[in-house]
Design a protein around this ligand. Structure first.
Ligand code: AMP
Ligand code: MN
Ligand code: MN
Ligand code: MN
Length: 282
């Protein structure tokens, strides 16, 4: 039997819509064998997930993960850490600092939206975020709920992306900081969704050079919604840079085009990132 891996997913501890329990149940229903939970700058879901898998005897292996926002030139690059130790002090310290940056940015987004006439968006976004990490997706949801735009995409396009009223650039940590914290926690650093940064291939290659020089070992090659030529191309880049390939749905909530475990496979000749923990004998 082929093992079904989904190594990128979110819970309501960041901008995912499902609770940890709902996410795990859905993964099992969709025949995922190995699931990584990779919330934005948070590992809050991990111990709860391990406890639930144990209690409910779910036929699912959990990979402890995180998705760290980094700043690289004018880009926000996401670095996924897999097979991390969530108690590692270097990682905990980095995530604390990222949490403070998220909070400061969220307040500033709220101020800017208030100046544009949209009051109290920050406090409403905090209510939606509950105890988890606050993200732009929470602001977008508040404005959709108020009827300002039809959907999240509409709010992002109008308010939350570069050049718009509510866009606040954040001084996230560097790629090297993220990779180093992931490595010192025993994990492997994976460059998330390389096709989504709207950069030329020249910049992408520069990114891969720096990412691998910093100790990054893998890139996400397969996502559910992707042209087959992109998957092939990313597979070739793995060969060229000596990187492993990862696959993940980046699940936030089910949509007709994306879901847990959907359409995930690596091109032939691309080595799976799971080799990393399988070699450790876990
Ligand atoms: P943040 O990490 O707080 O900057 O929030 C980024 C998150 O917002 C991403 O992880 C996506 O889940 C979501 N997001 C980013 N761009 C869009 C978009 N154009 N439409 C809908 N959601 C988006
Ligand atoms: Mn997200
Ligand atoms: Mn991401
Ligand atoms: Mn993600």
């Amino acid at each position: 039997m082929i093992t079904k891996y989904d190594l990128h997913s979110h819970t309501h501890y960041s901008d995912g819509r499902l609770t940890v329990s709902e996410l795990l149940d859905r993964a099992v229903e969709r025949n995922v064998d190995v699931l990584a939970i990779t919330d934005h700058d948070s590992v809050q879901a991990i111990s709860e997930a391990n406890r639930l898998i144990d209690e409910k005897q779910l036929p699912l292996s959990l990979v402890s993960g995180v998705e760290i926002s980094t700043k690289w030139h004018s880009f926000e690059i996401h670095v996924v850490g897999l097979d991390i130790n969530i108690a590692s002090s270097a990682l905990v310290d980095l995530l604390d600092s990222q949490t403070q940056k998220r909070e400061a940015r969220a307040i500033e987004i709220g101020n800017r939206l208030a100046k544009a006439g949209y009051l109290d968006v920050y406090s409403d976004a905090k209510v939606l975020a509950e105890q988890g990490q606050i993200t732009r997706a929470h602001f977008a949801q508040v404005l959709v709920n108020r009827g300002v735009a039809k959907n999240l995409q509409g709010v992002f396009n109008k308010f939350l992306t570069r050049g718009n009223t509510g866009y606040v650039p954040s001084e996230w940590c560097t790629i090297a900081d993220a990779v180093s914290a992931i490595k010192s926690s025993g994990g492997i650093a994976v460059l998330a969704h390389p096709g989504r940064y709207k950069m030329s291939n020249k910049w992408l290659r520069k990114l891969l050079d720096e990412f691998s020089n910093a100790g990054g070992r893998a890139i996400e090659v397969a996502l559910p919604q992707q042209a087959p030529c992109e998957r092939q191309f990313l597979g070739q880049l793995c060969q060229e840079y000596g990187l492993l390939g990862s696959q993940g749905s980046d699940f936030h909530y089910p949509t007709p085009w994306s879901d847990l475990g959907k359409n995930l496979y690596l091109p032939k000749d691309c080595q799976g990132v799971w080799q990393f923990w399988e070699e450790k004998g876990e």
